[in-house]
Design a protein around this ligand. Sequence first.
Ligand code: NAP
Length: 240
Amino acid sequence: MTARTRTPTRQRVALVTGAGVRVGRAIARDLAASGWRVAAHHFRHRAPPGLLGLRADLAAPDGPEALAAAFRARFDRLDLLVCSASGFEPLPLSRLDAAAFDAQMDLNARAPLLLARALLPLLGRARGSIVNVLDIGGAFVPWKGYAAYVASKAALARATECLALELAPRIRVNGIAPGTVLWPARCPAAMRRALSARIPLGRAGRPADVAQAVRYLADAPYVTGAILPVDGGRRLSGRG
Ligand SMILES: NC(=O)c1ccc[n+]([C@@H]2O[C@H](COP(=O)([O-])OP(=O)(O)OC[C@H]3O[C@@H](n4cnc5c(N)ncnc54)[C@H](OP(=O)(O)O)[C@@H]3O)[C@@H](O)[C@H]2O)c1
């Protein structure tokens, strides 16, 4: 059996899902740079260097419990759970079938709930908090051609509020709804320009903007059930 890490009493511990790449990676590295001890969940990518990596397929029904068990084997406290792992599939209705819909819901909505359940005792003991990474699509606005993805993020947004009620007062539960903070790799330059023109602040954000919001929510003792948009105002300007 793996020896558990005894963390100094003042060093807080965070588990970040999807921490191998892009936004999740930025969140994990930012927390580590701010003094947190960070467990970095990853799946196809590797964990960032210097952080303890925990690999799991969170779309599988038993994936969240497996990740929680691996975490519990190594850590004796959990102060912050950040659920950032997610699938992002443009899926017009003509191509939507049961498997494609379930795939989005399983990873984006079910996995954060099952992970929270599995880690509840550790979070409760530490009076910790949960931050679910949502999207303005689903949390605030609809998007044409993304019904399954938007439905999964809407489900997680409402579930975030339900858990905030259910787990108070010991555990706070909040969400962050980014706008564009990192373009999909294959997004054409013309589309980037067109989308940027619709953002009131005139530009896309950065993963660091989301990481900063995570730190704010982790340290906001009177904030629970909040869905914080980090979108340069994009949700206000019409279609997604
Ligand atoms: N990028 C943006 O501008 C933006 C905008 C709005 C909202 N968001 C939200 O921010 C979060 C991160 O966005 P992103 O753009 O960095 O995401 P991304 O590039 O699509 O990365 C997806 C993440 O999910 C993980 N993942 C995928 N399938 C998995 C599975 N079956 N089991 C476990 N993990 C799995 C990936 O891990 P591996 O790569 O290790 O497999 C990766 O870390 C997401 O929740 C997304 O909805 C992002």
